[in-house]
Write a protein that binds this ligand. Sequence first.
Ligand code: KG4
Ligand code: ZN
Length: 349
Amino acid sequence: MRILGIETSCDETSAAVVEETGDAAKPWAIRSNVIASQIPIHREWGGVVPELASRQHIRDICGVVERALLQADTSWSDLGAIAVTQGPGLVGSLLVGVSFAKAAAAAAGVPLVAVHHLAGHIESLVLHNGELPLPSVVLVVSGGHTSLYLVERPGQYQLLSRTRDDAAGEAYDKVAKLLGLGYPGGPVIDRLAASGNDRAVALPTTRLTHADRNAPELKGDLDFSFSGLKTAVLRHVRGRDAAPSDQEIADIAASFQRVVVTVLIERLFDAARQYQAKSVGVAGGVSANSRLRAELVERGARREMPTFLPSLALSTDNAAMIAAAGLRKLRAGVTAPADLNADAALALL
Ligand code: KG4
Ligand code: ZN
């Protein structure tokens, strides 16, 4: 069976066709994954402008879906279902995908499946690597989220912790902005860090030990916090007489990246130990980071714990991961009603 996936939660309009393989160990194969990025549009403003994003999704959605079907050599009548990101994300952007998917599912006479964006990121690991050894602890780290999930059974995601303030990707974007490096910050800091000294600037790491009053169900010791780190970089840059040189910017980028990656990896393996995981995974836009990828692979080998990453193309937002998560839900018998609505703050249950 083939499913069409649609993702419009932020600044990428994406459509993909994913097919079931019949192989339980590697259940899905990508036939197409078309992504129209809006980054050049938002770069001018230093970040995503929600109103511009939703208007651009409207312009792009039909062409992106047509191209995804064409590349997959698939017609509407070949589809068994349509999956769409219901949330979380920018509500205007989500609405474009949800409205399109509802109309397309009704016209094609196929079931509609509503997918949580983070379930999509988690399933990108399975789409790329096949089923993970379970239980698995998965870190979803993007521009909007930094969360640890325990996956005990396929398709079941239990939240273990999340950031109390900024997401890691958000910290990358904010630090890049204050260094005058443009949007999005992750790729450019990653590139500059390669020529910097990662011990040049002393930056703080935050370790939370107390429970979060706003989330008493979580123990809190696995939570993240990145706003103090961002402020420390800001103080370091503002506390100088002259603007930093290119080498100093590279040193700041490398030092910042070392702290972020160390915290993410430490917390992930702490959780894996606590929950006796048989594997760990990292997904989401920041999983494209070169240092994070290298350290994960290295730590995995050292601790004899299998570690998993998505391909680079599946790390940042894409519809193939939404299609995969949609197939998972469809096989569990869950479809969406015709009056499905977008939900900007959708919880992952
Ligand atoms: O998953 P994603 O595409 O969108 C959200 O769901 O947020 O993640 C985008 C985030 C941005 O904050 C971007 O700066 C970050 O991922 N990112 C990176 C890298 N590539 C993208 N962060 C660090 N290193 C990278 N190479
Ligand atoms: Zn994402």
